[in-house]
Design a protein around this ligand. Structure first.
Ligand code: DLL
Length: 433
């Protein structure tokens, strides 16, 4: 049963009517209160009155990360700071962070979205939820915390890190749900094995993982190693955090909270809207937020949208598991490739651990890729000949499936840095432009 049947199972036409109403309100709200949007709309010759159908959104200019940086910290805020009750931020790899201010109503709606996510993963008030997402400025920790409180689960806010203690607490408190990034789930699974704890025998039965790309192969690996069902959460700081979309018991794509977010997929180069079912860059307009609404925010995330009947009964639009981000896309031997494609190959090779890193260097105009992946202990111990054989096998598999050649380096187990949050999968040694 969904958390909020009225909205999660709303007939599509009714939902779209609701979205249109909220879209008009949101555009009018920012036009009146945020000079940045007012000027941009004016430049494009548009006003809130130009929204007569949902498709009209595509006439409006997009908003990009740099717009948030240029207006750091509160330039895009649409309310007085006295009405802001919380600010989150994403660290970002370069320059200033992105801020996410919330009114009390924004927080309440975000919490509702998180309650939907938990309920879709089968989590109830009976559960003991170990929240190992980073608590603090990152939206993962507090976002999930609020949602778990809303469904009256028992929350254990461990935050990320201190991995051995995570396992001890998991045993002592008999946690039934684990929340963290997929890469940290693997780190926990591995640490448990090292401590001689069989995590599959513990009461933990569900995970809700997200905040970084992970393939279906990785999901299965985590499910097997931990003896749990691995669910998924998607979201970004700019749109409040996790809770933008979530998977259900069907584990086949993520339902978008359409009453909160209007999704589009566009061609990443031309920004032309793409029809349902075609892969491109995700763009979101928030429909409820008041402190910092986002109009046509370019996420850089690549996926496709699907409108179909779901076994769970929800009518909410679905997005595919992400293929990756446009800024992580590599061009290897002229082929566009996302790290997730390499991950899907590696997870089918039984001689290696799911621990890898991609090293990218520039050769002429092309990117050259070296895949570093850890061997299983027994494979590594079997010596260099065996390792060379496995390297060749992986190289052939990559070439056969993805159509490009990569250098493969089989590593000794435990040499690749373990993640407690978002894993760093790419070491980019290309000269900066
Ligand atoms: O990562 C929010 C979040 C926290 C989502 C906890 C899920 C769970 P940011 O730090 O702003 O926010 O990073 C947002 O992370 O644009 C995606 O590229 C990536 N991302 C988030 N969820 C997923 C996912 C949080 N399920 C950026 N799969 C987004 C793939 C994801 N990538």
């Amino acid at each position: 049963m969904p958390w909020d049947k009225e909205f999660e199972c709303m007939p599509v036409e009714e939902m779209q009517k609701l979205q249109l109403e909220k879209l008009k309100e949101t555009i009018a709200w920012v036009e009146e209160r945020v000079p940045f949007y007012k000027d941009k709309f004016k430049e494009a010759g548009l006003t809130a009155g130009d929204i007569n159908s949902l498709d009209d959104i595509s006439k409006f200019p997009v908003t990009v990360k740099d717009d948030l940086r240029d207006n750091y910290p509160f330039g895009l805020c649409a309310v007085d700071l006295k009405d802001v009750v919380r600010v989150h931020a994403s660290s970002g790899t370069t320059g200033k962070p992105i801020t996410g201010p919330y009114t009390q109503a924004d927080l309440d709606q975000w919490t509702e979205c998180m309650a939907r996510n938990f309920t879709a993963a089968g989590v109830t008030s009976e559960d003991i939820v170990q929240n190992a997402y980073g608590h603090g400025l990152f939206t993962g920790g507090l976002g999930f915390h609020q949602g778990a409180c809303r469904i009256s689960a028992t929350v254990v806010p461990t935050s990320a890190g201190m991995t051995e203690r995570q396992i001890v607490l998991m045993q002592d408190f008999e946690s039934t749900v684990l929340l963290c990034t997929p890469s940290y789930a693997l780190t926990i699974a591995e640490a448990a094995e090292d401590m001689g704890v069989d995590i599959r025998k513990l009461p933990v039965r569900v995970g809700i993982f997200g905040a970084e790309p992970w393939t279906t192969g990785m999901r299965k690996e985590i499910e097997e190693r931990m003896g749990i069902k691995a669910h998924e959460a998607f979201g970004l700081t700019e749109l409040s955090g996790p809770g933008v979309s979530f998977d259900c018991e069907a584990q086949d794509g993520l339902h978008i909270n359409e009453d909160h977010f209007l999704a589009e997929v566009v061609d990443p180069e031309t920004f032309e809207p793409l029809p349902l079912g075609e892969k491109g860059e995700l763009i979101f307009t928030s429909l409820q937020r008041r402190a910092m609404p986002m109009i046509r925010y370019r996420t850089k995330d690549i996926t496709r949208l699907r409108r179909e009947e779901c076994a769970c009964g929800r009518t909410l639009l679905k997005m595919d598991k992400l293929s990756g981000r446009t800024d992580d896309m590599l061009i290897i031997s002229g082929v566009n490739v996302f790290p997730s494609q390499v991950e899907s190959v590696l997870l089918e090779i039984e001689e290696v651990e799911p621990q890898y890193v991609l090293v990218v260097r520039k050769k002429g105009y092309l990117d050259h890729l070296t895949v570093r992946v850890e061997a299983k202990r027994e494979v590594y111990n079997a010596g260099p000949e065996k390792c060379a054989e496995v390297e060749k096998k992986i190289g052939n598999r990559i070439k056969g499936l993805l159509g490009f050649s990569a250098a493969i380096q089989l590593m000794e187990p435990k040499l690749i840095e373990r993640s407690e949050g978002k894993a760093k999968r790419i070491i980019d040694e290309r000269p900066k432009e």
